[in-house]
Design a protein. Structure first.
Length: 358
């Protein structure tokens, strides 16, 4: 019997309210844990070698890299980014057992820091710390050890000119697309010797695309050119892995850009020219790497992506990614023609002027 003037609240109608309250409490608890981890993380660091602060301006680039067992890549990584024009390179070594840190520490233009913080929990915190620490007044490029960043018309527009262009146009971040490069042979038998020459093939088939603004919403000021967010590609067709290929590796933190994770920044004005991350994922013993990541469940979603790799490789140990669809990589500009990366007419005009010496 109900009392006049009152209404009975059923248990069913209370459930959504309780769930919303629970989700709110859980969100705040997770946010608090994250803030505590971010504040305490610097106490896990061991500064091994190199400068702690870099005297750099908005016309300078510092490269930062969170790395574990990157020795096979190190020599080519350093060569590429020195040739690009980087002022300094900083590595945060997260538990390497192959001597990566010791190999890197002997170079004058390199800083090496070590941490034993668990990758699964601290990955984004570690990368954000690198970006904020080494990007106080300059451009910073946050890349993995198997990624080589490049941009169109670099032959005519050197790095300093490229950064001047970005500064002059008021841009504060550059989008780059991951281009997976693979060998002609079996990926499980890939060598660590001469890997850049061996891994020179790619495929732009099976790419899924979505407009930048549709994916990122109002997080950033979208570019005037039609940059797409891309998924899949060769990993989609070979492993059924819908991986996100779009990153924001180059940014200017001092302009108010916040680095959230490799694929997402906020508060940025995105450039009207995109870049490429040449991605050499299959160098060396790829199968052992996959097994280890699956065992540790240390990557996103408990290494779900790597579990897909392992499932396929166990069925097809002689898997080749190369097919008649594959193209041989020759230049960044070809990727412009193939609409994998983009450049505005304004940027092309600047590149043409510099080529003609105007």
């Amino acid at each position: 019997m109900s009392i006049p003037g009152t209404s009975r609240v059923s248990s069913g109608s209370r459930q959504p309210v309780i769930m919303r309250a629970f989700c709110k409490v859980r969100y705040h608890a997770q946010n608090l844990r994250h803030r505590i981890r971010a504040r305490t993380f610097p106490f896990t660091l061991d500064w091994v070698s190199g400068r702690r602060t870099i005297a750099a301006s908005r016309e300078d680039l510092v490269v930062v890299c969170l790395v574990r067992n990157g020795a096979p890549y190190l020599t080519e990584f350093l060569r590429h980014y020195r040739e690009l024009g980087a002022k300094h390179i900083a590595f945060l070594d997260n538990g390497s057992t192959d001597g990566t840190g010791d190999l890197a520490r002997v170079h004058d233009d390199v800083t090496v820091i070590r941490t034993a913080a668990p990758y699964k929990i601290y990955k984004d915190i570690m990368k954000r710390w690198l970006v904020e620490t080494f990007g106080r007044s300059n451009w910073v490029l946050c890349v993995d050890i198997d990624e080589l960043f490049d941009y169109p018309f670099r032959e005519n527009v050197n790095l300093r000119a490229f950064l001047r262009y970005l500064n002059g146009e008021g841009f504060t971040a550059v989008v780059a697309q991951l281009l997976d490069l693979f060998p002609q042979g079996v990926i499980a038998e890939s060598s660590v010797e001469g890997w850049r020459q061996e891994h020179r093939f790619y495929s732009l088939h099976h790419l899924e695309r979505e407009p930048y603004s549709s994916f990122y919403g109002n997080s950033n000021v979208a570019p005037a050119v039609a940059i797409d967010v891309m998924y899949g590609g060769i990993r989609g067709s070979a492993f059924d892995a819908r991986v996100l290929l779009t990153k924001h590796p180059l940014l200017l933190p001092s302009a108010g850009v916040s680095y959230l994770h490799a694929h997402h920044v906020s508060g940025a004005r995105v450039a009207d020219v995109s870049a490429v991350l040449l991605h050499y994922k299959y160098v060396g013993d790829f199968l052992s790497l996959v097994k280890n990541v699956v065992k540790e469940e240390s990557y996103s979603a408990n290494s779900r992506e790597y579990k897909k790799y392992l499932k396929v490789l166990e069925i097809q140990p002689d898997l080749k990614l190369y097919s008649e669809e594959a193209a041989e990589f020759s230049s960044i500009e070809n990727l412009l023609e193939e609409n994998f990366i983009v450049a505005s007419n304004n940027y092309k005009f600047v590149a043409t002027e510099r080529a003609s010496g105007a």
